[in-house]
Design a protein around this ligand. Structure first.
Ligand code: ADP
Ligand code: 5GP
Length: 211
């Protein structure tokens, strides 16, 4: 009978890929949250484009419609309700939530675990419900809440993006009011007024996690 000690190495690594324990995750996990339209994606993309740290953004999954200019597998994975439910049932999601009361959004584990095992930092740009779940699953993650300098500025940014109908804008503003009340749950709050300053602040916080 073969003892476990003689297991070939690739079996161990494929096991780890399927069932990674916390100690296998050397790349830090960064959760960036905050109201829709506050500039989370812009700040995170700017930081990643600096290429100053080995990190990537997890491409999450959603059942919402694709916006103009968005790309499958880059902005999101656009799934049907059935595909999303199948992934939940197969325990393939790290977390998921119904956001703005209608669409499903969630993080596939495959977007996170293998990269963290390889030492790459992973950024999740997710809503506050998802952030709370990830904090529970991974207490050593860094959680950052991004806010706009005021509610009026937030509304102007949402409208300025020009991607949503009036009904969706109103829904997003209603969600934003509830989300803002949960800012204190996060490790840090960044006010995204000057974009360069917000990017520099996030870079500093993330860099600390690599040290
Ligand atoms: P989120 O990912 O939080 O929903 P986006 O990154 O899509 O938000 O940004 C919403 C809009 O605000 C975009 O049009 C973006 O260009 C703009 N924006 C982001 N950050 C700033 C900033 N610091 N100053 C002015 N406009 C900004
Ligand atoms: P949008 O439709 O504007 O792209 O995103 C709406 C909200 O869903 C944003 O707050 C965004 O951060 C959040 N979101 C995106 N992906 C995920 C995810 O995988 N999980 C959760 N919980 N929220 C997500």
């Amino acid at each position: 009978m073969r003892s476990e000690q003689h297991e070939p190495k690739d079996v161990t690594s494929s096991y780890l890929a399927l069932h990674p324990g916390p100690s296998a995750m050397t790349g830090p996990l960064i959760v960036v949250s905050g109201p829709s339209g506050v500039g989370k994606t812009t700040v995170v993309e700017r930081l990643l484009n600096l290429r100053s740290l080995p990190m990537r953004r997890a491409v999450t999954a959603t059942t919402r419609d694709r916006r103009e200019g968005e790309e499958e597998g880059v902005s999101y994975h656009y799934w049907s309700r059935e595909q999303f439910q199948a992934a939940i049932d197969a325990k393939q999601m790290l977390e998921w939530a119904v956001v703005h009361g209608r669409d499903f959004y969630g993080t596939p584990r495959s977007e996170v675990d293998p990269h963290r095992i390889a030492g790459t930092g992973v950024v999740l740009v997710i809503d506050v419900q998802g952030a709370a779940k990830v904090r529970e699953l991974c207490p050593d993650c860094l959680t950052v809440f991004v806010v706009a300098p005021s509610f009026d500025v937030l509304e102007a940014r949402l409208r300025g993006r020009g991607s949503e109908s009036e009904e969706r804008i109103q829904r997003r503003l209603a969600t934003a009011r509830q989300e803002l009340a949960r800012a204190s749950e996060f490790d840090h709050v960044i006010v995204n007024e000057d974009l360069d300053r917000a990017v520099a602040e996030l870079e500093r916080l993330v860099r600390d996690r690599f040290n």
